[in-house]
Design a protein around this ligand. Structure first.
Ligand SMILES: [Zn+2]
Ligand SMILES: [Zn+2]
Ligand SMILES: [Zn+2]
Ligand SMILES: [Zn+2]
Length: 764
């Protein structure tokens, strides 16, 4: 088989990838239908695919070597440790002379020296040092770490990275890990399949419950069960051995635990939980024994496990990068205490997962619990395990760990009862500083004048049916889409089957226009600002030049701080006709369909190989004006195609469809109040059309005895804007003036009544 073809680089000698090419040159029985065998896939693997390996310890080194030999050529590695003498026996890339040097750098040098033509870029530091831009550059991420905290961090970061607008932001994560004689390799498609956080409860308990809690202050059903099994069983049953498979034994523990739970008003003790807790205690001890026993078995056994896992991780990376075979779905477990036992299963996404789940976790707690007790519970509970949580209700902070001023201000709440601060059935948002849900600002950035907000300003639709569920928050996460100042970005999932949403403009800008920070629609009417401003005759005062924008926003912020909330001059010019129009157009109920995923850009190109797992919509896009909206125009309410469409439909429905004859530039007013004069008509016209320059009004011809008038504009565009604004009529001195289009000269087909036809479009 000839190789060394188009995909080869100068360092690839004849038949370098002979064996790998057996897989890539032709489809096999398990290849994905989208797999295109041949040069293209080889070119992608060897010249385009960028892969990140996190961790350069035992597993990480094996993964690096495997990737290099498989044909990945652009590999990055990140590790914060230096080489210790104790690493030398298991981490085969390191030599005694390397002791004290960074693992990432030594591993990169070694692989590049031994495997020609491979570029390994090391970073010696923490994964938390790097931001979204760094992680965004990779096609794949492989994690070979032993730290649970670091894995939770990278998992949450990659889930947060998924941008609904950009399918390329979905970075598959392959996670390998060993723990004693157990190991696992899994494939995580962030937001699509079960994530690391989803399976948190599969880890062994981080701590056993303190005996004093079990004995004196139980808070969890688990505490009651442990009390029954650890303290009550030996007391009541003496030397009798507890058999976790004996229904009588479990039943006895269950009744004792349930009685204690009732005494302490704790809910949730069930027969199956009792069995689960009791069984869980035993294996934890067994695995400890296994590790101790492991010390007597040859250490080559553990090295063998690492090799198998590294091969599994690398194999998955190869399959994902090339689509040459179906990848692991999604969890591979390896247990190697006596011989090797392996097991593959699909770990399911957890609805209440704090990272990728869309639903709030329901928890009932006793009425007299304090905030401090609730926080201890969050730390202990197996499926939450959040160290140092910060708590808030949708309205106000309850307790914040950071910044110091807020911590101090909220500290008195720790002793208060939760029921005093949160209404029955109320929701609490939990964030943690160890996870990227609640990033604190970097100390070196100048944040003067930038806002820091605890909660976003959102419309009901963007919030979704479950308000304030696990919003991730990034202070100064990006610059505002309208004023360009950095602001606090929030991100959340508005419900199952919906795409993730983020805030795109800052709170000041949202307040100035009374719009949603995400969809930019008016908060009261759910309409584009252009529609609202036209109906209510609101003057657009915001500067649109880049230089003034930031200054303007700052000015507005100062005004708001001075207590001047009336930023929008609503009400002074608004007429009842305008309000009536808004009422007819308003969307009063949330429109959740707007939260659907975006169309998959790969699918449109015919290249999506995620099939039914793809989180984006597989539909052909409808190409029209509405797909080309820009934030500035929508925010400031000018040239917004969606607004135009809404108003055009409404204007037509009200009988004011612009006539085909483009020369008609006048509108006909009838049923004018008896008190009307040419001047009062001019004033009303100007006030009701703040967006039409006064100079565009050519003339007003008032026919007092017929109580009607012609309003003649200099151009057609101004006349059309007037027709939109007056679709429901025009109010003058508490009377509703009727509006029709003027008729063309010499035409009898016009809808307008024929009154003084000579006045049409005639300059006064
Ligand atoms: Zn999850
Ligand atoms: Zn702004
Ligand atoms: Zn919205
Ligand atoms: Zn797709």
């Amino acid at each position: 088989m000839a190789t060394g073809n188009g995909s080869a680089t100068s360092s690839d000698w004849q038949d370098r990838y002979y064996h790998v090419d057996q897989i890539l040159d032709r489809p096999g029985p398990r290849t994905d239908p989208s797999f295109l065998a041949g040069d293209e896939v080889k070119d992608f693997l060897r010249n385009k695919c960028k892969i990140l390996v996190i961790g350069a310890g035992g597993l990480g080194c094996e993964i690096l070597a495997n990737l290099a030999l498989t044909g990945f050529k652009d590999i990055h590695v990140i590790d914060m440790d230096t080489i210790d003498i104790s690493n030398l026996n298991r981490q085969f890339l390191f030599r005694p002379a390397d002791v004290g040097r960074p693992k990432a750098i030594v591993a990169a040098e070694y692989v590049m020296k031994r495997v020609p033509g491979i570029k390994v870029t090391p970073y010696y530091g923490k994964i938390q040092d790097k931001g979204d831009d760094y992680y965004m550059q990779f096609n794949l991420v492989i994690c070979g770490l032993d730290s649970v905290e670091a894995r939770r961090w990278i998992n949450a970061t990659l889930v947060n990275l998924v941008d609904p607008e950009n399918p390329e932001s979905l970075k598959p994560l392959i996670d390998g890990g060993t723990e004693g004689f157990k190991g696992q390799a899994r494939v995580i498609l962030p937001t699509v399949s079960s994530c690391y956080e989803c399976s948190l409860d599969m880890l062994n308990k981080p701590t056993t419950f303190p005996i004093c809690t079990i004995a004196n202050t139980p808070r969890l059903p688990e505490h009651c069960i442990e009390w029954a099994s650890v303290l009550e069983w030996p007391r009541a049953r003496g030397d009798e051995k507890l058999d976790t498979d004996d229904p009588e034994h479990i039943g006895w523990l269950y009744s004792i635990a349930a009685a204690r739970a009732k005494e302490f008003k704790i809910e949730g003790v069930t027969w199956s939980l009792t069995q689960g807790v009791v069984k869980n205690v035993i294996p934890a001890i067994a695995s400890t024994n296994a590790i101790i026993a492991g010390m007597r078995t040859p250490s080559s056994h553990s090295i063998y496990l690492t090799e198998v896992l590294a091969a599994a991780c690398c194999n998955e990376a190869f399959k994902i990068a090339t689509s040459s075979a179906a990848y692991l779905n999604n969890y591979f477990m390896l247990i190697g205490t006596e011989g090797v036992y392996s097991y593959t299963f699909e770990h399911e996404k957890r609805d209440h997962c704090p990272v990728c789940g869309g639903e709030a976790l329901e928890m009932s707690i006793s009425r007299d619990w304090t905030v401090e007790q609730l926080m201890e519970l969050l730390t202990e509970k197996q499926n939450i395990q959040i160290k140092k949580p910060s708590l808030a209700t949708p309205e106000k902070p309850i307790y914040f760990q950071q910044p110091p001023q807020l911590e101090e201000a909220t500290r008195p709440n720790l002793e208060k009862k939760v029921s005093e601060l949160v209404p029955d059935g109320g929701e609490i948002t939990v964030t943690a500083s160890s996870l990227p849900f609640n990033k604190m600002p970097k100390a070196d950035i100048n944040k003067a004048g930038w806002e820091q907000s605890e909660f976003p300003i959102l419309c009901e639709t963007c919030l979704g049916p479950n308000p304030f569920i696990r919003m991730s928050k990034q202070e100064f996460g990006r610059s505002c889409g309208t004023c360009a100042r950095p602001f606090t970005v929030f991100r959340w999932n508005p419900g199952s089957g919906a795409r993730y949403k983020t805030t795109v403009i800052c709170q000041t800008c949202a307040k100035v226009k009374n719009v949603c920070q995400t969809c930019l629609l008016d908060l009261e009417y759910g309409l584009p600002t252009q529609v609202r401003d036209t109906a209510l005759a609101i003057q657009n005062e915001a500067p649109t030049s880049d230089i003034n924008r930031e200054y303007y926003a700052q000015n507005m912020e100062n005004k708001m701080e001075d207590g001047n909330q009336a930023l929008m001059q609503v009400g002074t010019r608004a007429t009842s006709a305008g309000k009536e129009m808004l009422k007819q157009l308003a969307r009063t109920n949330p429109y959740y369909k707007r939260n659907r995923p975006h169309i998959c850009s790969f699918f449109v190109k015919g290249e999506c190989n995620r099939g039914s797992e793809c989180p984006f919509r597989h539909e052909k896009p409808v190409e029209n004006d509405l797909s080309h909206q820009n934030i500035q125009d929508r925010y400031h309410g000018r040239d917004d195609p969606v607004a135009r469409k809404i108003m055009a439909n409404h204007t037509e429905a009200q009988g004011l469809k612009p006539p085909e004859d483009e020369n008609i530039t006048s509108l006909f007013l009838s049923s004018l109040p008896a008190s009307a004069t040419e001047l009062s008509i001019r004033t009303h016209v100007a006030n009701s059309l703040p967006q039409v320059p006064a100079s565009q009004l050519r003339s007003v011809v008032h026919v007092a005895k017929s109580r009607c008038a012609f309003v003649n504009f200099k151009d057609r565009n101004s006349a059309e804007r007037a027709a939109e604004a007056w679709a429901n009529g025009l109010d003058m001195d508490d009377e509703r003036v009727l509006v029709k289009w003027g008729r063309s000269k010499g035409s009898a087909k016009s809808a307008a009544p024929i009154v003084g036809p000579s006045a049409v479009a005639a300059p006064a």
